[in-house]
Design a protein. Structure first.
Length: 106
C-alpha cells in the first residue's frame, strides 16, 4: 500500500491514493485539480522503496482534487471573570477544504 506524508497549512498529513481528508482552506475551485509540492516521505510498501526527504523528497508530488469548501461546526469561546460582571461569548467556524488524493508521484 503506497502512502505519502505531505505538509500543508502548517500541519502534516498521511495520505494514500483514493483517500479523502479535510485540510486548512486552500484557494482552489471545487472540482479543480492541483499538486501538493511539499512531500516529506513516500512509501510503496517495502523498506527498499521508501524515500525520506531532508526535508523534502526531490521530484515527488501528490495530485489531488478539491471536493468541497466549507466551514466546520461552531466552536464557542467563552470568557468569564468572577465577581466583576465580565463575560464574553464568541463563536468561531474554521474554514476547510475537503480533498481527494488521486495519485502519488515519486
Amino acid at each position: 500500500m503506497a502512502f505519502a506524508i505531505i505538509k500543508t497549512g502548517g500541519k502534516q498529513y498521511k495520505v494514500a491514493e483514493g483517500g479523502k481528508l479535510l485540510i486548512e482552506k486552500l484557494d482552489h475551485a471545487v472540482g479543480g485539480e492541483f499538486d501538493f509540492e511539499q512531500v516529506l516521505m513516500v512509501a510503496n510498501g517495502s523498506a527498499e522503496t521508501t524515500k525520506i526527504g531532508q526535508p523534502l523528497v526531490e521530484g515527488a508530488k501528490v495530485h489531488a482534487r478539491v471536493i468541497d469548501q466549507g466551514k466546520a461546526k461552531k466552536k464557542i469561546v467563552f470568557k468569564y471573570h468572577n465577581k466583576t460582571r465580565y463575560k464574553k461569548k464568541k463563536g468561531h467556524r474554521q474554514p476547510f477544504t475537503k480533498v481527494e488524493i488521486l495519485k502519488i508521484v515519486s
